[in-house]
Design a protein around this ligand. Structure first.
Ligand SMILES: [Zn+2]
Ligand SMILES: [Zn+2]
Ligand SMILES: [Zn+2]
Length: 152
């Protein structure tokens, strides 16, 4: 077999989705690669419905159930972050290449803006110092809601 015909699947790791899965010791199945690739192409977090319709075109064999399962796995392994959208369906975004950040979410249309600054760091330190049960705080989740300019 001529490996040069398939550079994207070579062991040198030229496929970024595959690399990412390897980096967290998750086996890179074709379903997982397709889902990671689809998420990598999105600039903003996407809901499962949107993700499924993207995948419908790219990889129609993937069932909705395996999209759910794969997302759970990717969230657990730290590759993907789940964004709590309040009243709306949760959304998902790839964490790779992104620093810890937060979102402002439009409660009308679901449009999302990344906020690069973390307003909760000092609060986290404060809580760790004053907690009775915890010595350290590893993370937090915090989203902001509003109405975007289009919906205002
Ligand atoms: Zn809006
Ligand atoms: Zn984001
Ligand atoms: Zn933060």
């Amino acid at each position: 077999m001529n490996h040069f015909l398939y550079p994207q699947y070579s062991h040198g790791g030229r496929n970024p989705a595959q690399d990412l899965l390897w980096s967290v010791s998750v086996r890179a199945t074709s379903t997982r690669i397709s889902i990671v690739e689809a998420l990598m192409e999105e600039k903003a977090p996407v809901s499962i419905n949107v993700l499924c319709s993207i995948l419908q075109k790219k990889a129609p064999k993937i069932s909705q159930a395996s999209v759910y399962r794969t997302l759970e796995l990717l969230v657990e392994s730290g590759v993907v972050s789940r964004v709590n959208m309040g009243q709306m369906q949760n959304s998902y975004e790839i964490l790779h290449g992104k620093k810890h950040h937060h979102h402002i979410i439009c409660s009308e249309c679901g449009d999302i803006e990344d906020i690069e600054t973390c307003p909760a760091r000092s609060m986290s330190d404060y809580l760790a110092q004053n907690s009775k049960k915890f010595d350290a705080i590893h993370g937090h989740s915090l989203e902001f809601f509003g109405r975007c300019k289009k919906c205002a």
